[in-house]
Design a protein. Structure first.
Length: 243
């Protein structure tokens, strides 16, 4: 009897241990299933690593500018630059000097030219510059200033020689003309003096050489005629002496 009770007692203990193991296993399994069911890939924050590499800026290129010319002293002007490779940081330049620039899109920029830019040389060059990384300078396009006249000192070569030759010709022509005029006036003066010396002036008394000669001849003729007639009468009145 005691042996049977002992067997039942141990059997109950084993049964309780087995039940405990089963219960713990079931609880653990259910917990894992619950965790698996509640897991979502969107439940945790996603960390995205930003790329540290920055793309290089392109090298700009200028195709055309509009307008491509301006009048000398025409005041400030806005020029549209058409091309490619423009970025918001692009800078337009005039003869290498930065000018106020407005970015429109990757193909268009606006450059603002000052009033002082409308003076100086007959042509100035517009370029575009992109900063790094990459970037660089574009090709240059000529902006013409109409009405510019180059000074003589700024010209060179054949043009300088032609200008000098023309200037000398003009000066020589002017000098020759003045000399001729002075010579003509001098000749006229000499002619008047000679005419006055020979013919005399318009006065009652003789003043020219010819007038004096004519007067002397006239007096001589009168003297000869008077002596001829007067001498003849005196000769006839005087008695002849007889020997």
């Amino acid at each position: 009897m005691s042996k049977t009770i002992r067997t039942i007692k141990y059997g109950a203990i084993y049964t309780l241990i087995l039940l405990a193991i089963l219960v713990l296993g079931a609880i653990t399994f259910m917990a894992k299933e619950a965790n698996a069911a509640s897991y979502s890939p969107y439940s945790e924050p996603v960390i995205i690593k930003e790329s540290t590499s920055i793309p290089d800026n392109p090298i700009p290129s200028v195709t055309v500018i509009s307008p491509d010319s301006g009048n000398l002293g025409g005041g400030a002007k806005t020029v549209t630059i058409t091309g490619s490779g423009f970025v918001p940081g692009s800078v337009a330049r005039l003869n290498g000097a930065d000018r106020q620039t407005t970015f429109i899109d990757r193909s268009h920029l606006l450059i603002y030219l000052n009033a002082s830019d409308m003076y100086g040389a007959s042509g100035k060059y517009i370029t575009v510059w992109n900063s790094g990384p990459g970037g660089g300078f574009s090709n240059s396009v000529l902006f013409t200033i109409n009405g510019y006249v180059a000074p003589a000192a700024a010209t060179s070569g054949a043009r300088t020689n032609n200008t000098t030759s023309n200037t000398n010709s003009a000066v020589k022509g002017a000098s020759t003309s003045n000399t001729n005029t002075s010579t003509n006036e001098t000749n006229d003066s000499y002619g008047d003096l000679t005419s006055n010396a020979l013919l005399g002036s318009n006065s009652f008394m003789p003043s020219g050489l010819i007038q004096w000669l004519l007067l002397a001849i006239f007096i001589l003729i009168i003297f000869i005629l008077g002596r001829k007639f007067y001498g003849k009468d005196k000769y006839q009145e005087k008695p002849l002496k007889h020997a």
